[in-house]
Write a protein that binds this ligand. Sequence first.
Ligand code: CAA
Length: 396
Amino acid sequence: MTSIGIHDLELATAHHVVDLTRLAEAGGTDPAKYHLGLGQDQMSFPAPDEDIITMGASAALPLLERNGIEGLRTILFATESGVDQSKAAGVSVHHLLGLPRQVRVTEFKQACYGGTAALQAAIGIVSRFPHERVLVIASDVARYELDSPGEPTQGAGAVAMLVSADPALVEIEPATGLFTDDVDDFWRPNDSSTAVVDGALSVSAYLDALTGSWDDLQARGGPGIDDVDRILYHQPFTKMAKKGQQRLVEHTGASLSTALTAAEQAAAGAARDTGLVTGSIYNRRLGNSYTASLYAALAALIDHDADLAGRRIGMFSYGSGSVSEFITGIVQPGYASRRGAERVAAALEARVPLEVAEYRELHARAYPSAADVETPRITRAPFRFAGLQGRARRYE
Ligand code: CAA
């Protein structure tokens, strides 16, 4: 059977950043609650001329510059912060990237799980058309109401992945664990730009979905816990990955490190390090990027773990509502040539800090709804949202 998986990937984020020490102090909260209690240091925040489309196209551009467009006939765009109820965001990305017309484009939605659904669909397409490659883009802006418990877990980011046969980065294995449960833990009504969330329920639903999808993986003949070298989790905030790891330890009886910081890791003793600290390097600074979050964790692991060749990675994808999947993949020998730590560090450093008052003003600004709107030119990204013309979105 042909090996299929992620050939290359790239991460992009938004123009602005909010420092969580500043946010905590402005709200009269102990900053340790955000840094240690949630495991978050910063959150990316988009400029008015940025959205899921500009971030997604910015992630995809260098990917296609490195790999060319030969065989590219499908774009699958996953998001839970969609900008239109009808048109797939990927169609605008297709235009911005100047791709040929002979490409199918569609959008995937199921909260943060959509990126994994798109990845699995891409693998299906490549198994049917082995000479084709699929561009998967997971892009989101996580928004909660100001002064709500979810506020410090906002963020923004996009990951673009090229899925192909004989991938250079990670072969995705066929056995997979699934778990779906109709639960109202987090959702975004059509008339709302912010998510509605039952925080405590969302945490317990996530953990139940983790054991549920793990058990299904075992029932489907997937690898046991001792055969998984690294484990990555969807990270709405990085402490959630630690909670997931703690649950997996209880559930399997394995001795895995649940350290979330380098200091905790040094004190972890004999417990096996499965990459919890390394896999959270980017998400600590991006905040929640919903569909992109798990793949931002994958990017962080690939960029910072020098001993990954031939290793098996487990990846837990959770989308509130809820649908989840536990997949595994084998890191390919040449993965080091795909590493992009310097690029990502530069993008994170280049973000322009917002004072809390500026951030609150930007957050409160309503989404443009007039028929014709010109957005101010702010972002330095390769693409920008120029505004509305006859209510249609315009990008340049
Ligand atoms: N120093 C250190 N730690 C502190 C502290 C301090 N001074 N003060 C509080 N803490 C700790 C608490 O002990 C707690 O830690 P544990 O969870 O380990 O017990 C942590 O900080 C959070 O504090 P609270 O329990 O008081 O919780 P909160 O009211 O701040 O809400 C939350 C936390 C529910 C996660 C909230 O941020 C939220 O609603 N977030 C959005 C929803 C979400 O992300 N859910 C996750 C699962 S759903 C999912 O994964 C899909 C998705 O992407 C949304």
